[in-house]
Design a protein around this ligand. Structure first.
Ligand code: C2E
Ligand code: CA
Ligand code: CA
Length: 882
């Protein structure tokens, strides 16, 4: 690589330091001065902090090399590392950095500063040029650095060249007690393979994901985190520069973060360490061991509903309040808490974690006694739930056992205020619909109509500010005028009219009424929210709960239609949605949803069999009639690679009345793996669950229409089916489904034998059209349940789950004959010869072996045995008709 060329004139990092040098010259300079640089201490590690997402504390540093040159000034790694690698002297630098890191660690520890693990970057060449393992061992030993305090970072490209050798080398580090981290994950192509071959402790997700932070890269990050958790690997995101990045990563359960938001790499000094630790706090070893364990059990990615016993660990994170707590000697000790948890405490009037700790350890308090009771069995039960009331607010405290050692237990505690109030009342009076509804509000106030005041429960809608104003109607008017969209204001006032409130609620026959209004948001926009007024029975005086929840932005158009457009006469009541009678329903919202183009709606009976679906659903999957799905389950349809999470969610809806909100998943549509967000809720008849209704949104489609498709393409632009990377990702999911559930799958490889001829004869742009046509045929042959991809040039592949050998052979034959049947593309006559063969995962246990098998089989057929389709023996005698 000519480095002089790449740098000529272009503004780059190094010119920031020194605008007037020549790259080739610098290259020669560093190579000839490396010994001097090492001896004189020009080469040194800078340190960048790594932050633990859940606690916000510093949980590590990465050592990044700098060359502080007397002539050239401070040089970043890309000014010298490539040169040193090319000259095969990189190990001199790395060995020096390793020793300095160990020395500085010792210095820090001796000064009594808290110490955290430090990551070292190794080059692939270090393993060839010296005994790098020995170098690390020796330095660690000399400065008494525990092995667990050093992490070895290696990039995936470093593994590429000789994976067996590298796996052995990494294994050596790993087995001796160092953590081995994969650096720059996602920047290359073989990533998924690498993961399967080696047990990394941690994945560092490449900065690229955040630097192009769109819906697509968000989805990928979330999937990578989820995948890593399933493999028991921790995740770290690099390049965290904004609060938006941080919040998102926290939300998806990414365990660690590194980036300019928290600190740039800085040289070692006592001040640097004290500064950072002063600002963020340092993670102790105990804390780390617990938190690593917490990550490993996939707890952070669980939403609150997953913190219940026996629940599946799927689904993505909500910002759930969590505290990591140690229980020892009959005392609870809060090790760390997340922001949501602290906010939750504040909501119920507990303004510090210390106070919470005092309360829960104060045996005069009922809560303290209640928790002690469950602690006796928590080790075996793994889970406990305590209902209690504080400050008049009903709360649920959930405790999950993580690990025990030496009489200490690590526990994860979550507290939800009021959320499950309804559930506690279930056995008393409140009906089911109310119960479930209650768990989804984001703001609740209690209106004491008799006494004329409003008591805030939780949330921040703003009604709270006026809660003790004497005249309720004035409060409402004030609120409406400042917070409710002008077109909705009158309706809101009517809805909130306190004289008639209880009467109107009673009239409905339920103990609640609902309606939709636009509420003002930060920044002045309005968003639709649902307001429910719930009459609380058995309480003296008239007491109504005022509950507000967000609506999915997807519904906005519907509300708009309902309120600004033609549906005014029949304002939509929650009942219409919550209890749509499956056969007859004339609610206007229901009608609107049924007609919606973007929301794919379906409903199922208690056995999860389809009863019906709207047109959008049928169009989405390409069904001509609803009869094609009626009576079938998802598994019958086979459109999920891994049906398990969907199934579990649906059982929870049907058996527990759970609401499944915005759960991400994948499904197969026309040969493509699509990312969808699904929502499901129970359907009631006479108070009993009779099935479920759900809708989903194709988020890929969202992103496509937002033009974000090419941020990290998984799809081939020529054919529209998956590309190589997309296929690899899909294959990985199939392998996962096989490993976890024994679902076998096959790779059908398709080779277009005539493509070269077509390209030569008609040019590449016509060739592209042919490829597109081939892809269309494949999608149509593959049907609803299989994935289709374009590997590259003349190769296609279909992934098929659960087919018999006969069915697969039939599929191959059909593919060959369907492609042969193409007689022209775009009016130009052409003939497409293809060879299709399959390999089954259960037979080979390895994707590469499957591909090899398909290749070998193809070669055999080309060599005569079996010949080309249609008995036309000679592969080379391609006929481009006319
Ligand atoms: P890397 O291991 O991926 O290191 C992360 C790089 O991203 C560092 O650049 C760091 O300064 C930068 N970075 C960190 N946070 C942010 C952020 O929020 N935004 C942006 N835009 N950048 C951020 P640096 O120090 O220039 O290192 C570049 C590469 O040089 C490293 O990439 C690593 O591959 C290599 N390297 C660094 N030190 C050593 C070493 O001691 N030995 C070897 N063999 N390679 C090293
Ligand atoms: Ca690194
Ligand atoms: Ca990196």
């Amino acid at each position: 690589m000519s480095s002089a060329e790449t740098n000529s004139g272009a503004p780059g990092t190094m010119q920031d330091h020194r605008p007037d040098y020549d790259r080739a010259q610098l290259h020669a300079y560093v190579v000839s001065h490396i010994n001097e640089a090492v001896d004189n201490g020009w080469v040194k590690p800078f340190y960048q902090p790594v932050i633990r997402s859940i606690t916000g504390k510093v949980c590590g540093f990465e050592a990044l090399a700098r060359w502080d040159d007397p002539t050239y000034g401070l040089l970043p790694p890309d000014a010298f590392i490539p040169a040193l690698e090319e000259a095969r002297v990189i190990h001199l630098l790395d060995s020096s950095i390793i020793r300095q890191v160990c020395r500085q660690y010792r210095d820090c520890a001796d000064r009594g500063e808290p110490v955290v693990p430090i990551s070292l970057n190794l080059s692939r060449l270090d393993f060839d040029l010296c005994d790098i393992f020995g170098v690390v061992e020796e330095a660690a030993h000399e400065f008494a650095v525990p092995r667990r305090m050093l992490n070895i970072e290696i990039t995936e490209s470093a593994l590429g060249a000789d994976p067996d050798y590298m796996t052995a080398m990494m294994g050596k580090f790993h087995d001796t007690g160092y953590q081995v981290w994969m650096d720059d994950f996602g920047s290359g192509y073989s990533t998924l393979n690498v993961l399967k071959d080696f047990d990394f402790d941690e994945l560092k997700m490449d900065m690229e994901f955040l630097s192009r932070f769109g819906e697509k890269s968000r989805t990928i990050l979330a999937s990578v985190v989820d995948m890593a958790k399933k493999l028991g690997i921790q995740t770290l995101a690099e390049g965290v520069e904004t609060e938006e990045h941080r919040d998102y990563l926290q939300r998806i359960g990414c365990e660690k973060m590194q980036g300019y938001l928290f600190g740039k790499p800085r040289p070692y000094s006592a001040d640097m360490v004290t500064d950072l630790i002063g600002q963020y706090g340092a993670e102790s070893t105990t804390e780390r061991l617990y938190l690593d364990k917490v990550g490993a059990v996939n707890t952070l990615s669980m939403s609150e509903r997953d913190l219940t016993p026996n629940s599946s660990k799927t689904g993505y994170v909500t910002s759930m309040p969590l505290a990591l707590v140690e229980f020892y000697d009959d005392k609870f000790n809060f090790i760390s808490t997340n922001r949501v948890f602290r906010e939750g405490l504040a909501n119920v009037g507990i303004d510090s974690v210390e106070k919470a700790q005092r309360l829960i350890n104060n045996m005069h308090r009922p809560l303290a006694r209640q928790t002690r009771r469950v602690m006796a069995t928590i080790e075996t039960d793994k889970f406990a739930r305590i209902d209690y009331v504080t400050g008049g607010v009903p709360c649920v405290l959930r405790i999950k056992h993580i690990t025990s050692s030496n009489g200490k237990m690590a526990l994860l505690i979550s507290i939800d205020d009021t959320i499950e109030f309804g559930e506690r009342k279930r056995h008393e009076r409140m009906d089911d619909a109310l119960t479930v509804m209650y768990s989804i509000y984001d703001h609740v106030d209690i209106i004491h109509l008799g006494e004329g005041f409003i008591e805030p429960v939780f949330g921040n809608i703003g009604l709270r500010a006026q809660f003790d104003a004497p005249a309720f109607d004035n409060v409402t008017r004030h609120f409406a005028e400042s917070e409710i969209y002008v077109r909705d204001r009158e309706r809101y006032m009517e809805f909130m009219d306190h004289d008639s409130m209880v009467e109107r609620i009673m009239e409905g026959g339920e103990n609640f009424i609902t309606n939709f209004f636009r509420f003002r948001q930060h920044g002045g926009d309005y968003a639709w929210k649902m307001v429910a007024l719930i009459h609380i029975a058995n309480v003296p005086g008239d007491v109504v709960m005022y509950c507000v929840r967000s609506t999915h932005w997807r519904h906005d158009g519907l509300f708009q239609a309902a309120y600004d457009g033609g549906y005014d006469e029949q304002p939509y009541n929650l009942e219409n949605l919550e209890t749509p009678d499956l056969s007859v329903n004339d609610g206007s919202l229901w009608q609107a949803i049924m007609r919606s183009k973007s929301m794919s709606l379906f409903w199922k009976d208690k056995d999860r069999r389809f009863i019906g679906a709207n047109q959008s659903f049928l169009d989405y999957y390409g069904f001509s009639s609803v009869n094609e799905i009626i009576g079938k389950t998802d598994e019958d349809m086979g459109w999920h690679i891994d049906p398990e999470p969907f199934k579990n969610d649906e059982w929870r809806v049907i058996n527990e009345g759970a609401y499944i909100e915005d759960v991400m998943g994948q499904c197969i549509v026309n040969g493509q793996v699509r990312n969808i967000v699904a929502n499901k809720r129970p359907v009631y008849r006479n108070g009993h669950i009779v099935g479920l209704v759900g809708y989903f949104i194709d988020i890929d489609e969202e992103q496509e229409s937002n033009g974000e498709l090419d941020s990290l393409p998984l799809r081939d632009s020529v054919t529209g089916v998956l590309n190589f990377t997309g296929l690899e990702a899909a294959t990985w999911r199939y392998v996962d489904a096989y490993k976890r559930q024994g679902l076998d799958f096959a790779i059908v490889s398709i080779n277009i034998e005539s493509l070269d001829r077509i390209n030569a004869e008609f040019g590449y742009s016509f060739g592209d059209k042919v490829l597109k046509r081939i892809a269309e045929e494949l999608v149509s042959v593959a049907g609803h349940q299989r994935v289709v991809g374009h590997v590259f040039s003349d190769r296609f592949a279909v992934l098929a789950q659960g087919d018999s050998d006969d069915a697969l052979q039939g599929l191959c034959d059909e593919i060959e004959s369907r492609l042969l049947a193409i007689s022209q593309v775009d009016g130009t006559p052409c003939t497409v010869y293809a060879l299709a063969g399959f390999a089954r995962f259960s037979q080979f246990g390895d994707v590469e072996a499957m591909k090899r098998h398909n290749r070998d089989r193809r070669q055999e057929r080309r060599n005569g045995e079996g010949g080309l389709p249609n008995g036309d023996g000679a592969a080379s005698s391609l006929k481009l008709a006319e």
